[in-house]
Design a binder for this molecule. Structure first.
Ligand code: SF4
Length: 513
């Protein structure tokens, strides 16, 4: 087992930096389906670009490393204690190399362990089997999509769809509702794994297990195969679109599994995964620990989609206005912007996530934020030999988490623009209008794309919050994002949510008797 640790390090690096062919294929199909010149088409173009850059740079596709979850099947005499030890070492090394963001936080103290190790993490599930090789699969599932997982206890009443009973049609309604409630916040277009039955814990486990299936496989259970096909068709009529911008593709994959339950409980559990569906797998020789094969090579995928780069389509250009702004930004410049404008930012911006927003409520900012831009982002940073910080990945994080603070922070510090993804709520929208600010939606997961817009790291404050939560001061050039909430009370997110609820209601009538 001498090479086992190195094999796992390769697996982690590949998972973090290179999407498997079945996922690339699904994204490519979505791109071809989307109407040219729309916001969703632009987002898919950026996503495609980001996938290529991540592979070329061998850098994280998304800055959110997510929860590392290993699923391992091993022969009876393979030493699981030794494998777990080597996996932990490989995780530590991958973090030091900048392939993973330090993402493990003590739930009580908030302290970041700095190496992705900690109580219960990484998650490692072992199973014994009678084959003569080890099968190791890894998924990196980020927080934005993890927070959109949902579990239903049937029977229940669902917004737009009415009663969902304890039958296949009730399950159908739950899955459609799960896609609807995610909107763009889980970085749609997404992939879902569904677990029917079990208890609350095993239901979610079963749902996540479905994400290890190939996107192109067919469910061996004909009822579930039919349901998967139905969901793929109808979820894509909800007009949520990529990043929740509206559009023809909302869902890229749906895999459903079923297990027995107890009579009193009937759960439908849904694991939502973003487009950055980072899961890979290898088979390993139990004697040497060396990799024998990569698992997700997927023969069902056309050859051109397996290629290192996703098939090229014409460069996407969004119709509409493009406005270049240099920080600090004036109120007049902000009031001139409307939902749908593309804003290209140059100058200094500042990252801020949960810890910073909470802190700023009761404290001063270490830098002047008047006319400034806050970027909801927890980057992957690496120090070079001269002690200079380098940005390895820097896409937006889910903004709605800052909803309780954002309006007050805008008012207190005179912030003019907030960049994030997934949109914000009514309180922030009111603050944008009252104080003259905008919300700019960057493309979630496009961590390489945005990292390349950062010309310099001017400094950092609050390193005690850990790298993702610290306040990084970044000089950017040509940082593009779309106005989705303006200073006139308009919100694209509210509009898309309303439209998709209307479309969801059209699917209320029973389909599976
Ligand atoms: S693509 Fe979005 S949801 Fe997925 S890990 Fe990245 S930030 Fe999170």
């Amino acid at each position: 087992m001498q090479s086992f640790k190195d094999s796992i390090l390769k697996l982690i690096t590949e998972t973090s930096t290179n999407l498997p062919p079945d996922v690339r294929y699904a994204i490519q199909e979505a791109r071809l389906r989307e109407d040219a010149g729309t916001r969703s088409a632009l987002a898919l173009g950026t996503i495609t670009d980001n996938i290529k850059r991540a592979e070329e740079n061998v850098s994280p596709i998304c800055q959110d490393t997510g929860m590392l979850t290993f699923k391992i099947k091993a022969p009876v005499d393979a030493n699981q204690i030794e494998m777990a030890k080597q996996i932990r070492q490989a995780v530590k090394e991958a973090t030091q190399l900048g392939k993973l963001r330090p993402n493990s936080v003590d739930s009580l103290t908030g302290e970041n362990s700095g190496d992705n190790l900690g109580e219960g993490v990484p998650v490692i599930h072992f199973e014994q089997w009678e084959n003569d090789y080890i099968d190791v699969r890894l998924i990196l599932k980020g927080g934005g999509c993890e927070n959109k997982n949902i579990q239903y206890s049937l029977p229940c009443e669902l917004e737009g769809l009415g009663r969902a009973g304890r039958d296949l049609d009730g399950i159908r309604k739950c899955i459609l509702h799960a896609v609807y409630q995610a909107q763009g916040q889980g970085c749609s277009a997404g992939f879902i794994g569904v677990g029917i039955g079990g208890d609350r814990t095993t239901g979610y486990e079963l749902a996540k297990k479905q994400l290890f299936r190939s996107v192109t496989d067919t469910n061996p259970n004909p009822d579930l195969a039919r349901l998967e096909e139905y969901i793929m068709e109808k979820a894509n009529t909800l007009s949520i679109g990529t990043m929740g911008f509206g559009g023809n593709t909302t869902l890229l994959g749906c895999k459903i599994g079923s297990m027995h339950r107890i009579p009193a409980s009937f759960y439908v559990s849904v694991a939502y995964n973003c487009w950055a569906f980072r899961r890979q797998g290898v088979t390993i020789d139990p004697e040497t620990g060396a990799i024998r094969d990569w698992i997700y090579t997927d023969d069902a995928v056309p050859a051109d989609a397996k290629d290192a780069s996703v098939v090229e389509t014409a460069e996407e250009k969004l119709g509409g206005r493009q406005v270049v702004l240099t920080t600090p930004i004036t109120e007049e410049q902000i009031r001139d912007l409307k939902v749908g404008d593309i804003v290209v930012i140059n100058g200094l911006i500042h990252t801020g996530r949960d810890a910073l927003h909470k802190h700023l409520m009761d404290h001063d900012s270490p830098v002047d934020l008047n006319g400034g831009v806050i970027y909801h982002c927890g980057p992957v940073m690496l120090k070079d030999a001269d002690g200079k910080w380098n940005v390895k990945a820097a896409g937006p994080t889910t903004s709605i988490r800052e909803e309780p603070y954002q309006g007050d922070i805008i008012k207190k510090f005179g912030i003019r623009a907030v960049i994030g993804k997934g949109g914000m709520g009514a309180k922030t929208l009111a603050a944008l209008k009252e104080h003259g600010a905008v919300y700019l939606n960057a493309i979630g997961g496009a961590a390489q794309y945005y990292a390349e817009c950062i010309e310099n790291v001017d400094g950092v404050d609050f390193m005690e919050f850990g790298i993702p939560e610290a306040m990084w001061h970044l000089q950017v050039k040509d940082f593009a994002a779309i106005v989705t909430m303006d200073a006139h009370g308009n919100s694209l997110h509210a509009d898309v949510e309303k439209t998709s609820l209307d479309k969801l209601a059209e699917l209320k009538e029973p389909v599976f008797k």
